[in-house]
Design a binder for this molecule. Sequence first.
Ligand code: FES
Length: 101
Amino acid sequence: MEIQIAYYSQLPERRGQAITVDGLEIALFRLTNGEVKAIENKSPHPKGGVLSEGLVSGDFVYCPLYDWKISLQDGIVQAPDKGVVRTFPVLVEEDFVYIRL
Ligand code: FES
């Protein structure tokens, strides 16, 4: 199912936005290339850092707590760390941003 979650024009570039859909905490990111990415708003690290507060660089977000580097394309934690964050397909139509759950 697709749910409208944001307006594209209101998403800040390279800054995470936390939203809740169906009790799920999701972090939305608008990248410098214009793409919008959605991942679960929680680091897979045992401390579970809030990823929407992380620093974005290119296709990656750095967890604000211990700086794990996480791909916004597939959610994979980059070596030497390990793990994966759930990602969600995003659709942008005109100014509407949808997420597929
Ligand atoms: S909580 Fe994210 S790297 Fe530790």
